[in-house]
Design a binder for this molecule. Sequence first.
Ligand code: MIC
Ligand code: SF4
Length: 641
Amino acid sequence: MKKSLALKLIENHLLSGTLAFGEEVSLKIDQTLTQDSTGTMVYLQLEAMDVEEIKTDLSVAYIDHNMLQAGFENPDDHLFIQSAAAKYGLVFSKPGGGICHQVHLEQFAKPGITLIGSDSHTPTAGALGALAIGAGGLDVAVAMASGTYTIRIPKIYNIKLSGSLPPHSNGKDVILTILGKLTVKGGTGFIMEYSGEGVSSLSVTDRATICNMGAELGATTSLFPSDENTKDFLEKHNRVEDFLPLSADEDASYDEVLEIDLSKIVPSVAKPHLPDQFEKVEDLPKVKVDQVAIGSCTNSSFQDMMKVASILENRKVHPDVSLVISPGSATILSHLAANGALNTMIQAGARILESSCGPCIGMGQAPKSGGVSLRSFNRNFKGRSGTMDAQIYIASPETCATSAVLGYIALPSELEYETQIEEPKSYNHATSYLIPPVEKSLRPKETIMGPNIKPFPIGKPMEDGIKKVVLFKGGDNITTDDICPSNAKLLPYRSNIPHLSNFAFSTLIDDFKERAENNEGGIVVGGENYGQGSSREHAALLPLYLGVKAVVAKSFARIHRSNLINAGILPLVFENPEDYDRIQEGDLLELKNLSSAISMDTLEIIDATQDFTFNVKGNFTEREIDVLKAGGFLNYAKNRK
Ligand code: MIC
Ligand code: SF4
């Protein structure tokens, strides 16, 4: 069989299982990454599993999300992670070093490797031909402990590129176009594999933006071939020895194909409040902007920053606009400082933020009430900016910078600027932010835990039946930001589940915790694509802590489904989506004989309030059944010792 690149990489790392769609396989994992907002859980879990040594070639612990240090909580988390990095022999990337995905691309990711990260945008490294998958914290902890990751082989979606990008378009416009066509659930169950003669016209930077936002399609990962541009990128980052040419077999077979002519890609936006709300900038009515934010793991590369500087050169930010810029890594920031671009930005009136996630995760720079904010980021979920009624648009850095000058969402071609950026021949990596693994004999035995770090909840073995009330019924595309909101006030509590549980579902309802407490736990009902967005396992741990036993939805986002199972919560899918309409909040639902029913094709649920029954599907693998029966992965792992 002619193979796609994705299948070749899976085959190269296959430890057990069959190379066929839907099969559960175990893969060898070469690298892992964590960031601080999910990382504290990863390291608490490593501790709980009594892991002594990690099995990967390289694991990096980044600090890039929680950077405000408004109280002791964040710095305590940073120190805990640093101490865990020392204990387990990881590379530690200090606060200020940059956003995990950008730094990993620059310094560590390589063609042909496998990488698992506790962040949904880990697939950014697919730009270099790495098989890079975002996962819940526990799965990353297990990957570090065992050097393996278990996954069901996804289908492969081929995005066939022809032509080349026009000068005012960015990789961002390509992925916004794809999102407009396929929607935020169009990639669910797929690896997006790019091919075609158009690939060679895209820099690794543009490829990284495209792979990054594959997460917004719900895809397992995204992947580009490794070619001359890959070699050039690695050469400039002083590690050409990591180059390995990689591509799919000619005439490889794919499950789906979408053809994109790059020469037709024009500057575009995603309108509020989802990344698939595509519109060409030329078709937008005049939208006045209050704030423009440029950066994030999607679009904060050297080239992006230089285009922004070129647009701002000898111009001023519009008096009614606040422009904030966060370069993706200390390496980029240092180059901008050395070549004068930083000065250009400052002279134009931009506010320069440190190299971190910042406003992308609501850590500061919330827009004014009802304000319009245009961002070069990847997610525009309602409330994520920190202002519930703000209108967030997403676009390329070029569109953002032009709009910051003109005061409304504008086409980059409205201003003259340098569209061809010359990169440094050799990047001067800001390695002072990276602490290499501590030598084995010198590794500390203990980690350092501040008072804000609370133990995480552990599930109880599954009972034979569930009889619980529907605590909340939500619609389609509920995000993990809805289930566990993140903003400057809450992010410092990522290692404190009891505190965070007060805010479960709080972007949607005010009293979820109260409902859960009054009913001694319960069941949640959702529509399509339940749990899309972030990989944060907190979106499973808060419900676990509050006694949620099952989530019944029309469909689930991949990472969240795994996180629910790891937490011992049943993710069940309506067999007949119309039953969703019948169920009401407050209904008492009953699942009987669960120990045997869980292995069946379909399970029956009785709605005792309305007196009818309906079927749901679990579609669990053997391993998932064992994890659920044990009451979550940690119990399962303990039982197996
Ligand atoms: C995000 O973009 O939502 C985050 C913050 O990076 C998350 C991880 C988190 O919730 O900490 C992600 O994408 O996985
Ligand atoms: Fe950070 Fe935003 Fe990227 Fe998430 S999407 S890793 S918050 S920059």
